[in-house]
Design a protein. Structure first.
Length: 293
């Protein structure tokens, strides 16, 4: 039974990542993705947050909270891997700037492919990381579906309009299945680490990362939640690729699973941000109309 559930979880990840990237591509143009990245100051803040401040934060957490070697490795892996495929869906729930969300995800993912092999040997001596192995899975599962969607949108707009909501619905359904399966499969693992420093360490990493992204993402209401969620939600897929390929200790992967499960709570945070946006939008529109008058 467990094997079946694990297979379903793996399938849910694949379906979610591919269909969400395809749906994003069907709904946007290349220009819409690249335009938000023309704000070099905001891009610089995003890179600073994800590739300097968050790894530094993880290092400081390890100085304060004693963890096992495997747990420390898992925390560092997540802290250095950015550009999560879940980000566009989180941004959609938060009603943020989706184009910026997709652009930021692609930017962070590409940088992660080059960054992780360079920085991990310094943070984790003795680790050898194959950038091709990391890049191949990210390109096949994320960049190619996104490119296909963008191509269809550019050449067959009517087809894209018909197909996009269907892909978005499949993506949302796969995400629900994935969250439920992760909780079922890892319930005992989560229980086993209750009372340990691991949960506290991950809570600190996620909450502080969100706060860092929120502060650096301002002052625009559309970009602030995007950078906050993009900084807090690490690229678990890339971390798992590195963890499984470089460490024999299975507790490294277990640690990554615990972190991924806790980051799943960002779905609730994104949903709450979306509700707040809905409540404030009429007021903002009324203020704009009054100002125009």
């Amino acid at each position: 039974m467990v094997v079946i559930l694990e297979s379903l979880a793996t399938l849910s990840v694949l379906v979610f990542v591919v269909t969400s990237m395809l749906a994003m591509g069907l709904n946007l143009t290349v220009g819409q993705i690249l335009d938000p990245l023309s704000d070099l100051r905001l891009v610089g803040k995003a890179l600073l947050a994800n590739f300097v401040l968050i790894p530094l934060l993880a290092y400081l957490i390890l100085l304060v909270i004693p963890l096992t070697d495997a747990q420390s490795i898992g925390l560092i892996l997540l802290a250095t891997a950015a550009g999560a495929p879940f980000l566009p869906k989180l941004v959609e729930f938060a009603k943020g700037d989706i184009a910026f969300g997709v652009g930021l995800m692609v930017l962070l993912m590409v940088v992660t492919v080059a960054y992780v092999p360079l920085v991990l040997p310094f943070l984790l001596p003795g680790v050898a990381v194959d950038p091709v192995e990391i890049a191949s899975s990210l390109v096949v599962l994320m960049l190619i579906p996104l490119a296909v969607g963008l191509f269809v949108k550019a050449r067959y707009e009517e087809t894209a309009g018909w197909l996009q909501p269907k892909m978005s619905q499949v993506s949302s359904t796969a995400l629900v299945f994935l969250v439920v399966l992760m909780l079922v499969l890892n319930f005992q693992t989560l229980i086993s680490v209750v009372g340990s420093g691991l949960l506290v360490a991950f809570a600190l990493l996620i909450l502080t990362s969100f706060a860092v992204g929120w502060v650096l993402g301002g002052p625009k209401a559309g970009t602030r939640p995007v950078l906050a969620l993009g900084t807090a939600q690490r690229n678990v897929s890339a971390a798992l690729v590195v963890g499984a390929a470089n460490f024999e200790d299975p507790n490294v992967v277990v640690t990554l699973v615990v972190g991924a499960t806790l980051m799943g709570l960002l779905i609730l945070v994104a949903g709450e941000l979306g509700k707040r946006t809905e409540r404030t939008e009429p007021t903002r529109m009324a203020e704009e109309v009054a100002y125009d008058d």
